[in-house]
Design a protein around this ligand. Structure first.
Ligand SMILES: CC(C)(COP(=O)(O)OP(=O)(O)OC[C@H]1O[C@@H](n2cnc3c(N)ncnc32)[C@H](O)[C@@H]1OP(=O)(O)O)[C@@H](O)C(=O)NCCC(=O)NCCS
Length: 147
């Protein structure tokens, strides 16, 4: 059985750590703003086990001029469960919550390997690749929610 529920930021760490911060100290799983009231974290539970996470931050990127922007961070599915459309379920859930909050735009820094996953859901790349220290090559990606 699959269930998506709101979770606390520290609950995300059991997925963030092996998938996004493997081999690094657990403290590196904390993102600035994780504990803000405007930040929402979702977990996907498969047979009651947390196997995927996504976080939504109310955060404006000055590259975009529209108001009410949201940033997605910490999108991760445990390796054994990847490729089963569970990441897409989490991304769809985040998108719906942002639409419900009258968000105009979603943006994030996507790892190079995840770009096709996001393109599959209608996100576009803006600009050139850039390096995030100790993590790797990223692209700025976005989706306009209102045309
Ligand atoms: C990226 C990630 C979240 C995707 O979740 P997932 O559950 O594996 O992906 P899904 O099975 O939901 O994929 C949804 C769609 O995207 C496609 N897709 C996913 N990853 C892809 C890839 N690397 N290349 C091409 N297509 C891909 C799938 O084929 C599927 O397409 P379909 O609906 O047409 O069949 C997951 O693989 C992951 O945690 N990766 C490691 C951490 C990471 O890179 N996180 C993103 C940080 S920005």
């Amino acid at each position: 059985m699959i269930e998506i529920k709101k979770i606390d930021f520290n609950t995300t760490f059991s997925v963030r750590h092996p998938v996004l911060r493997n081999g690094r100290p657990i403290e590196t799983c904390f993102f600035d703003g994780d504990d803000l009231e405007t930040t929402t974290h979702f977990g996907l539970f498969f047979d009651k086990n947390l196997i995927g996470v996504i976080s939504i931050f109310k955060n404006k990127n000055s590259i975009f001029s529209v108001q009410n922007q949201f940033q997605i961070r910490g999108m991760a599915v445990l390796e054994d469960h990847q490729g089963k459309k569970l990441g897409k379920k989490l991304l769809d859930q985040a998108e719906q919550v942002i639409i419900d909050q009258k968000g105009n735009l979603i943006w994030f820094n996507a790892r190079e390997n995840a770009v096709p996953f996001y393109q599959n859901s209608g996100y576009e790349i803006l600009g050139d690749a850039f390096e995030i220290k100790e993590i790797g090559i990223h692209y700025l990606m976005f989706k306009n929610l209102r045309q």
